[in-house]
Design a protein around this ligand. Structure first.
Ligand code: NAD
Length: 487
């Protein structure tokens, strides 16, 4: 049994889709594993009127697929409490305060509190303000922490406003900004592979690495999300957050230790050196796309999707080159791309190493060794290296060493939300986005968006089912490189 964590966990948006699909099952897993035992309670708050029984039934249904022992599940559910409130009304926090104090006494919670905001982003600042003004943040607790869902702003300006609002109530060490990609097993594996093997650790720099590629490709189109997506685009929906957070693990300096504060400092050393582009540089280093019909005409173009304005200039594809102005990465491009309606669904990192000189004779060039970390949908690690070909002459060929996450491993792997709730209760901020990184990612992305807003692009410019516009391949070809993953 692991050491028990003592906590009062409050989920704002406690009847929402995220709470039911992810947060309650994740909390239940932490109970089954013994991180939560007796000294915990969970409060759900939302607008709906629900009795405790009705709320318990909602939780029961949401964890049903994970229950092996119903008595154990009922024991878990008995720790759940519900409060109906309008979170924009300060008076509504009085009931919460009373319940918090009751539960503190009943379960011996030591004033330890986690507030999880699973509500629309426009509420984040308001809730934080009232948590402080209405006395929900304890003086005696070992900790009071805020977990906050995405998106964290829609530009640097709005993110800074939100940060300022949150800072009135919580200091930065208490704020856990969720980017669920950071909770993914294979994203965390980047650090294990890089720092766990002196071979890679020593070679993780401009002397050995030719370029780094990060791809987050989707097969699906915009579906029913155009209302949101048409204002965000791939740039703000996928690049500013998930892609940049993956880049953080790849580009960071070696941390002094694996403590969260050291990890953040090492990531920030890289983020602070990211070159923010002016308009000309955006045109040179970034490509935007919008999907057209598929070659066989079965998939419609973005402009014909439900709720998409007929003249939309929205980007459903982004490819770009990042440059870190630091000694480790001098001259090493980091290529990123993300888009909808691409040839394959994949989240992956390809680290392209420099190739050696062929000392074996013949006119065959050695290949670039490539280390690939497969994140989604199938986890795995591949390493393509040069080895001897089976011929009488001494020729080489590329062989692929690969490992795939087994079904057994998959079963043992905690869901990102389980891991993040656990880490927040444990006070470990390693797998959360910190303000400096978020701010720089916004400044970087804002500069690109501003440049794009100033000009019109001829859309659509890629066929659904391809790997994006031709300009995406040309972007790498200009540097003498090519995408490793071709769909
Ligand atoms: P949802 O619309 O299903 O639920 C919203 C919840 O907020 C409901 O419980 C509702 O009662 C409550 N609420 C709304 N207004 C309120 C008010 N004035 N006072 C009190 N409660 C109020 O939303 P969701 O899909 O669960 O998403 C919640 C958050 O999580 C959002 O920030 C979203 O961006 C983020 N998120 C959701 C998902 C997902 O898979 N659903 C994934 C990633 C991030």
């Amino acid at each position: 049994m692991p050491a028990e964590i003592t906590t009062l966990l409050t989920f704002f948006g406690g009847t929402g889709d995220l709470a039911k699909r992810k947060l309650y099952p994740s909390t239940y897993n932490l109970f089954k594993k013994g991180f939560l035992q007796e000294h915990f309670a969970v409060i759900g708050t939302a607008r709906q009127e629900l009795t405790t029984e009705e709320f318990h039934e909602m939780v029961r249904e949401s964890i049903a697929d994970f229950v092996e022992d119903q008595a154990n599940a009922e024991e878990f559910i008995s720790h759940f409490y519900y409060i109906q409130q309008d979170i924009t009304d300060s008076a509504a926090y009085a009931d919460m305060l009373t319940l918090n104090n009751e539960l503190d006494a009943k379960y011996g919670l030591k004033g330890n509190r986690i507030f999880y905001m699973s509500v629309a982003p426009r509420f984040f600042g308001t809730v934080a303000k009232y948590l402080k003004s209405e006395g929900l943040i304890t003086e005696n607790g070992e900790y009071n922490r805020l977990m906050i869902e995405k998106p964290f702003g829609t530009s640097f300006g709005t993110a800074e406003d939100l940060q300022n609002e949150l800072s009135e109530a919580f200091d930065d060490a208490q704020i856990f900004r969720i980017d669920h990609y950071l909770g993914k097993e294979m994203v965390q594996n980047i650090a294990a592979v890089r720092f766990g093997n002196p071979l890679f650790d020593a070679a993780w720099n401009k002397d050995y690495i030719e370029n780094v590629q990060v791809t987050l490709s989707e097969v699906l189109g915009v579906e029913e999300r155009a209302g949101y997506y048409d204002t965000a685009g791939a740039l703000r929906d996928m690049i500013q957050n998930h892609t940049m957070q993956i880049i953080g693990w790849l580009a960071m300096e070696k941390p002094a230790s694996f403590k969260d504060t050291d990890i953040r400092a090492a990531k920030n050393a890289a983020f602070n050196s990211l070159k923010i582009y002016n308009r000309e540089e955006v045109a040179e280093n970034f490509v935007r796309g919008q999907y057209g019909e598929s070659a066989d005409g079965t998939q419609k173009k973005y402009l014909d999707e439900m709720d998409v304005p007929a003249d939309s200039q929205n980007n459903t594809f982004v490819a770009g080159k990042l440059q870190f102005e630091m000694p480790r990465w001098e001259g090493v491009p980091f290529y990123i791309r993300s888009g909808k309606r691409l040839a394959a669904k994949s989240t992956r990192v390809d680290v392209v190493f420099k190739k050696g000189l062929n000392i074996f004779g013949g006119d065959v060039e050695l290949a670039n060794p490539v280390l690939t970390i497969l994140i989604d949908p199938k986890g795995g690690i591949e390493f393509k290296i040069n080895a001897k070909d089976v011929t009488s002459e001494f020729l080489t060929r590329v062989v692929n060493l690969n490992w795939t996450v087994s079904d057994e491993d998959k079963k043992l792997t905690p869901e990102p939300y389980e891991r993040m709730i656990h880490d927040a209760m444990d006070g470990n901020g390693s797998n959360f986005a910190d303000w400096n990184g978020v701010a720089i990612a916004w400044k970087f992305v804002d500069a690109i968006q501003e440049a794009w807003d100033a000009t019109r692009e001829q859309f659509p410019n890629y066929v659904s089912g391809s790997m994006g516009p031709v300009a995406s391949d040309e972007l790498l070809a200009k540097d003498g490189n090519e995408w490793v993953f071709k769909g």
